[in-house]
Design a binder for this molecule. Structure first.
Ligand SMILES: Nc1nc2c(ncn2[C@@H]2O[C@H](COP(=O)(O)OP(=O)(O)OP(=O)(O)O)[C@@H](O)[C@H]2O)c(=O)[nH]1
Ligand SMILES: [Mg+2]
Length: 473
């Protein structure tokens, strides 16, 4: 954590940032939040009718110009929100103007000269959280939304925003708090002949919660697959045309390709857009039984990657007779989703259909034949890869509840405390013997759950979460 992020809890100054994504867009937005938001706006924005900017009640849109200096101005609208009717629940202004990056940067600079401070990444959301407008789960879901690359990610981010997860966890917190109060009552009224809860009852309730928490944690573990940009590995015998294909798919000359077997000696990566999906393509060294030391090492790297990536494309030269055994060996190197690509289709003479069906018969995988030389089949291949990746992302989404790393850690910590609590219940039938320690573990579990529902906060935690945001959010 950098030093600056510890300032997130400091909400008394006015922050400013461009809050639209970088890049070409017709409109851009500069956002201000804090006690001086209106005063700063008045210094940089000239309203068409000046009284319009006097502190409004609630929300107002004001037309006018942003003014850079005597000679430079640009048409703009100021959307003014008075506390608490804004995202951050502070006085806030959004200045909507032309989208050019230099204009927006100049406007931010003007605001800074008028008294604003540049916002840290995620500081607007941090303020929304600190004011109670957002729970920690919802704030983290904002971060996921900002970083979302696929529809699947967006949908699971929204699930958390709606608070489904929060409701579930709050219910667990209630159950834990009930248990804790019974255990504490047992301690407080040790002299009385009343048992508020028996060890067996306690054990069965804790076991039930432990089961539910465990299920949530496991289902979230596939989430990391949704979060990452998918990786696609080209795996095949030497000279199969992998590097040439990587270049064709990415549209750049990333990899050296040559007629000499064993040209590629390490894993090469290149970004590609596959039918609207961002992916990283990996080119690997041809896998055969050559004893060359470098190639042996390169082969190991290829195999390691095959176990890690989201899709393995077994690549074979279809201009040669189909070698089902070689394909089967390559298939064994990867556990996860796979497909088969036949390359150099332009070199196949008359028997195009025969070769294609021989490939299909060789292995039970989706098959695509292409020619990097002529471009034939390359678009189909992109679509097919995208389809395989989407199918997996959707599978992962169905089984996953979106948990951020912080939530995952907090839930795991809570679950560990429950396990220790269960272990304690096996050491004595008399609850009084273990009550103090049980109470300690239940408290620990409660505190950890509270971290995910937003009732407990520390600067450190805030800094960790909010500094992963973009500036302006
Ligand atoms: N005609 C034709 N030749 C191709 C095609 N794709 C690749 N080649 C040729 O096949 C040879 C091997 O291509 P590479 O892309 O280097 O093969 P590789 O699988 O990366 O090989 P290694 O790195 O050695 O494992 C080169 O001479 C390419 O020009 C294709 O679609 N059509
Ligand atoms: Mg190569």
């Amino acid at each position: 954590m950098d030093g600056a992020s510890s300032n997130y809890a400091d909400v008394d100054d006015t922050i400013v940032a461009v809050c639209t994504a970088r890049g070409v867009a017709p409109r851009g937005i500069v956002r201000l939040s804090g006690p001086d938001a209106f005063a700063i706006t008045q210094a940089v924005f000239e309203a068409a009718s000046p009284e319009a900017l006097s502190r409004p009640l609630g929300f107002r849109r004001v037309d006018g110009d942003v003014v850079f200096d005597q000679h430079h101005r640009a048409p703009a609208q100021a959307y003014v929100f008075t506390e608490p009717h804004s995202y951050t629940r502070q006085d806030s202004v959004e200045l909507h103007t032309v989208g050019a990056a230099p204009v927006l940067e100049m406007l931010v600079e003007r605001c800074i000269r008028a008294g604003a401070r540049p916002a840290h990444p995620g500081e607007f959301t941090a303020r929304a959280y600190l004011s109670g407008a957002l729970t920690l789960s919802a704030a983290e879901a904002v971060a996921t939304t900002i970083h979302a690359r696929t529809d699947a990610q967006l949908r699971s981010a929204r699930k958390v925003m709606r608070g489904d997860l929060r409701d579930t966890i709050v219910a667990w917190q209630d159950a834990l708090a009930d248990l804790l109060s019974l255990v504490v009552a047992d301690i407080d009224f040790a002299e009385e002949p009343i048992d508020f809860i028996s060890t067996d009852e306690l054990a069965s309730k804790v076991a039930d919660l432990h089961g539910r928490l465990g299920a949530l944690i496991r289902s979230s573990e596939s989430q990391s697959r949704i979060d990452a940009v998918p990786h696609v590995l080209l795996l095949g015998l030497p000279n199969a045309g992998k590097s040439t294909l990587l270049n064709a798919l990415t549209g750049i000359d990333r990899a050296i390709a040559s007629a000499v077997s064993g040209t590629t000696r390490d894993i090469l990566t290149a970004p590609a857009t596959l039918d609207g999906i961002e992916a990283i393509l990996l080119d690997s060294a041809g896998v055969d039984d050559s004893p060359d030391v470098v190639l042996v090492h390169a082969r190991q790297r290829a195999q390691e990657e095959a176990g890690r990536v989201d899709l393995v494309c077994i690549t074979v030269d279809v201009s040669q007779p189909v070698d089902a055994e070689a394909i089967a060996r390559l298939k064994q190197l990867a556990d996860g989703p796979k497909m088969l690509i036949g390359t150099k289709f332009d070199l196949v003479g008359e028997d195009r259909d025969g070769r294609t069906s021989a490939l299909r018969q060789a292995v039970d995988l989706p098959v695509c034949v292409v020619s990097a030389a002529s471009g034939e089949g390359i678009d189909d291949l992109r679509r097919m890869m995208a389809r395989e990746l989407i199918a997996q992302a959707t599978d992962a989404e169905h089984s996953a509840i979106s948990l951020s790393t912080n939530q995952h850690v907090a839930l795991t910590t809570a679950n560990e405390a429950l396990v220790r609590c269960l272990e304690l219940t096996t050491t004595s039938d008399n609850l009084l013997d273990i009550a103090e320690l049980v109470a300690l573990e239940l408290r620990e579990a409660l505190d950890s759950l509270a971290l995910t529902t937003g009732q407990v906060s520390t600067d450190d935690l805030l800094g960790r979460i909010f500094s992963s945001f973009c500036i302006g959010k």
